[in-house]
Design a protein around this ligand. Structure first.
Ligand code: IPD
Ligand code: CA
Ligand code: CA
Length: 255
């Protein structure tokens, strides 16, 4: 099966499963405050991994909820079965399923499905990015002052990003903190946000979304402008035009 098609179909079905489960949540507290994990996260991941392995039995899996395995092929699926768990637990509609497909260490395809919005974002290396099958592109805003930018942070580590948040609040038209990194990246890809940055992210938060931004014509780097890798934690994604200005505005990482 074509990996992009597999990612699209699996993300869509898992997202519908999550939406059906809204309201029957059993919420447990993971290691840090605000890091909620629900029965739905695990159910979604079990569904996704079973489906991916049906079609790609030799692939490796990196899944947030513990389904990781090392396969025999050079393919790896990177899965966030529910990105935006806190939003989901509170009935805030911005959550999604994110599935990225890597081949020989490079992102090749990805899909992000937000079931309440019914928006399916997809991207394939060299093939562009789409939302619900229609091509998407990043915005054309040329300055941070005209831009709507977004960030995120783990609540217990707010201080690491607090000064950046304050600086951009003064400089940009406005800053949002929407609570789903994968969807935040798709919103850069479709031009709703002009930029998104965050520290301390995991590969499953950024794998599919970073590819979608690039395929939509945007730029992705680490927050200091150096090259981006899904394992690196920090990300700055933008429409490209404001990338340099964003790097300057973010300055050095707070510790
Ligand atoms: C979180 C979300 C959030 C980001 C956190 C992530 P989760 O993922 O993407 O926006 O700020 O850093 O951990 O826990 O909802 O899958
Ligand atoms: Ca996540
Ligand atoms: Ca998650």
């Amino acid at each position: 099966m074509d990996p992009l098609q597999c990612a699209i179909e699996t993300a869509t079905e898992a997202g519908r499963l999550l939406r059906r489960r809204t309201g029957e949540l059993s919420i447990g507290e993971k290691s840090a405050r605000g890091d909620l994990v629900t029965a739905a996260d695990r159910e979604s991941e079990a569904f996704i991994v079973k489906r991916l392995l049906q079609h790609f039995p030799a692939a490796s899996i990196l899944g947030e909820e513990g389904s990781s395995r090392v396969g025999a092929s050079g393919e790896r699926w990177i899965v966030d079965p529910l990105d935006g768990t806190t939003n989901y637990a509170h009935g805030y509609p911005l959550y999604c399923v994110s599935i990225g497909y890597e081949r020989d260490g490079a992102m090749y395809a990805g899909a992000v499905y937000a079931p309440v919005l019914d928006e399916l974002y997809a991207g394939q290396h060299g093939g562009g990015a789409t939302c619900n099958g229609k091509p998407i592109a990043v915005s054309h805003n040329p300055t941070v002052g005209q831009s709507l930018v977004c960030t995120g942070f783990i609540p217990a580590r707010y201080e690491r990003n607090g000064a950046n948040f304050a600086r951009l609040s003064k400089r940009a038209q406005a800053v949002r903190r929407d609570g789903s990194a994968a969807l935040d990246l798709c919103f850069v890809g479709c031009g709703r946000f002009d930029a998104f940055w965050e520290l301390d992210l995991a590969p499953w938060d950024v794998a599919a979304g970073s590819l979608i931004v690039r395929e939509a014509g945007g730029r992705v780097s680490a927050m200091d402008g150096t090259s981006f890798g899904v394992e690196d934690g920090s990300i700055l994604a933008s429409n490209g035009l404001i990338h340099h200005e964003m790097i300057g505005a973010l300055g050095s990482e707070d510790s």
